[in-house]
Design a binder for this molecule. Structure first.
Ligand SMILES: [Zn+2]
Ligand SMILES: [Zn+2]
Length: 95
């Protein structure tokens, strides 16, 4: 295998690719597209939309606001999930 002729970059700004699949920047699930400025899955897109539209105040995190948001546990701590959404660059001004 000659890796220098691979046209596609394996990694771009920390994005992880599984073949042609782009992963959600928030939870690592399969991204459904570019939402609010970042690649995100349907779940995180909807979560972020609800959060900003309804201005939801989530219960503060019980773990120093350092939960590791993954697909399997992304619903466990909404506080950290929203924090992660913002940390990865999600913005209401994005599309
Ligand atoms: Zn997600
Ligand atoms: Zn948390």
């Amino acid at each position: 295998m000659n890796t220098t002729t691979m046209g596609k970059e394996a990694s771009l700004d920390g994005l992880e690719f599984d073949g042609d699949t782009v992963l959600c920047r928030v939870c690592g699930d399969k991204a459904s597209g570019f939402h609010y400025g970042v690649h995100a899955c349907e779940g995180c897109k909807g979560f972020f939309r609800r959060s900003i539209q309804q201005k939801i105040q989530y219960r503060p995190c019980l773990k120093n606001q350092q939960c590791n948001i993954m697909r399997v546990n992304r619903n466990r701590c909404q506080y950290c999930r929203l924090k992660k959404c913002i940390a990865v660059g999600m913005s209401r001004d994005g599309t």
